[in-house]
Design a protein around this ligand. Structure first.
Ligand code: GLN
Length: 551
């Protein structure tokens, strides 16, 4: 019995109050990293109160990037933070949304599984949420569960009710509540205000949850009297009011939270030894490099969603990781491709001074002319070019139009075309299973998603970069380069250096007549970590650095 109980992971629930955008995702990821540094295994999950089944159908303008897991789920971008901070590959069942929960409850109801019961939020929806929380976490020491949204939102109530019940069922020794709040600084009074935090805790108490730790974001140090006040009004020990000051680099957050005592307080709560050795050297090294870079490079990211940088979160992080590997600072210039929509020749002032050009993943025709102009500029001016997913497809179209003379070359994503150099993938191989899609298929969850293997051609640039021939990378796209055009494209200098194992789908292209020109059909940025930068980003930033030294 005791043995059995000891195997139950410890669940740490992280809620947020006062305002949104407090950085709960980074806070959860950093706590995960700290517990790992103490030698514990961790798993992180996100519960999202919105009704979409997954964020795959949401505009990146609204919800930031869609993070894709190896097992092919389209998930919340916070799962990207979790993976970047802990290195633990996120899985499909690590992102639970209201939409997903309700779909399953309603499917069960239709099957008749509820045996005539009236199906209700409590217990049926809350039971399903609890199942998703505790499912598939055996052999993990800590499971950190972040609840999206802000306490007080109508949508989050079933989730809060579910975690309240879990505390009751699993006991205090296996559950903990951390509430992330904000202490605003009022300059006229010259002090941090604790009232919003008190109100937010009241809100939590009204649904039966007493936080065990308050993680207080603030731009100023939290004085003793403020801690006392918060402790008194929120029924919390003063030492469990932990400061979460803003830091210069997000990768410094684990170090800062440790200094503020967060991991000590969590271990103390669970009666675990705090004297266990802690190795933060991984984070110290990263922060040192970020603080004292040996040079800098400027990369232009030419895309459509450049006004909301969260749309390219993994990408900007991966570029920074490439910088860490080369010990340089990476300045990212976000360039809206619509700027050179009308006159592609106008690209020069935007791109002539940059050391590398990257066209990221994207959807739809708007902005594509400018992106193609950027590819051409990079190719003709020997500027390192990295095309990711859409960025590879547009590099193919650019080569077809400007080097092969196929003027009408296009992708069927933009409508019917006589020269479908990039076309709808109507069939592809996933193991023995064949999946078929048409133009009329649902848009949700029907792309080529998740990890797929590729074979690299020996002796090519990417083969040298990866140092092996068999790789696996994450995909999220509907269209593919049409292999019927391969001979013409090869004639024009495009090297197809990576293909799907059956040789049907082009996965990577490069050029021999250019210092660094690589296009990939997958999203390497999703697997890059600050302590293990993705080799393609390391190599790309290396090439940009060589370019910077030339100019
Ligand atoms: N729109 C393209 C496709 O669906 C590329 C997608 C992407 O860049 N992720 O194939």
């Amino acid at each position: 019995m005791t043995d059995q109980k000891n195997k139950t992971p410890r669940f740490v629930f992280i809620t947020g109050g006062v305002v949104s955008s407090l950085g709960k995702g980074i806070a959860s990821a950093s706590l995960g990293a700290l517990l790992q540094a103490r030698g514990y295994s961790v798993r992180l999950r996100k519960l999202d109160p919105y009704l979409n089944v997954d964020p795959g159908t949401m505009s990146p303008y609204q919800h930031g990037e869609v993070y894709v897991t190896d097992d092919g789920a389209e998930t919340d971008l916070d799962l990207g933070h979790y993976e970047r901070f802990t290195g633990v590959a996120a899985r499909k069942n690590d992102n639970v949304t209201t939409g997903k929960v309700y779909s399953e409850v309603l499917a069960r109801e239709r099957r008749g599984d509820y045996l005539g019961a009236t199906v209700q939020v409590i217990p049926h929806v809350t039971d399903k949420i609890k199942e998703s929380i505790i499912d598939d976490v055996e052999d993990t020491d800590f499971v950190l569960i972040e609840i999206g949204g802000t306490v007080g939102d109508i949508e989050s109530l079933p989730f809060l009710e579910a975690i309240r019940q879990l505390r009751n069922e699993l006991g205090r020794d296996h559950t903990m509540f951390i509430h992330v709040t904000l202490l605003p600084y009022i300059s006229a009074a010259g002090e941090l205000k604790t009232k919003p935090t008190q109100h937010s805790v009241k809100e939590l108490l009204s649904v039966g949850i007493q936080p065990d730790i308050l993680l207080c974001r603030s731009e100023h140090p939290i004085e003793e009297d403020a801690r006392q006040k918060i402790g008194l009004f929120c029924n919390i020990k003063q030492e469990d009011v932990v400061a979460a000051p803003s830091v210069e680099h997000i990768y410094g957050v684990p170090i800062t939270y440790h200094a503020e005592g967060l991991d000590d307080r969590v271990l103390n709560y669970f009666d675990l030894p705090v004297e266990r050795e802690l190795d933060l050297s991984r984070w110290e090294k990263i922060v040192n490099t970020l603080q004292k870079p040996e040079g800098e490079v400027t990369i232009a990211v030419v895309g459509k969603y450049t006004s909301l940088l969260d749309s390219y979160k993994s990408l900007s992080e991966a570029l920074i990781h490439g910088g860490i590997a080369n010990e340089v600072l990476v300045n990212i210039e976000w360039i809206d491709s619509d700027l050179f929509k009308q006159e592609p020749d106008k690209v020069t002032p935007y791109l002539e001074k940059v050391n590398g050009i990257l066209v990221p993943g994207g959807f739809g025709e708007r902005g594509s002319r400018g992106k193609i102009a950027a590819v051409r500029f990079a190719r003709e001016h020997n500027i390192p070019y990295f095309g990711i997913c859409f960025g590879m497809q547009l590099a193919i179209i650019e080569a077809a139009r400007n080097l092969c003379g196929i003027e009408k070359a296009n992708t069927t994503e933009f409508g019917p075309t006589d020269e479908p150099v990039v076309g709808l993938m109507t069939e592809w191989a996933k193991g023995a299973e064949k999946i078929t899609r048409t133009h009329n298929s649902d848009l949700g969850g029907t792309m080529r998603l998740g990890a797929y293997p590729s074979k690299l051609k020996e002796g090519t640039q990417v083969h040298k970069i990866y140092g092996k021939t068999d790789i696996s990378e994450r995909h999220r796209h509907r269209y593919e380069v049409n292999t019927n055009y391969l001979p013409q494209l090869e004639e024009a200098g495009v090297i197809f250096s990576g293909m799907s194992p059956d040789g049907e789908l082009p996965e990577i292209i490069e050029r021999a007549d250019h210092p660094w020109f690589v296009g990939v059909q997958f999203h390497p940025e999703l697997k890059s970590k600050p302590f293990e930068p993705h080799v393609l980003f390391t190599s790309f930033i290396g090439a940009a650095l060589a370019n910077a030294r030339l100019v």
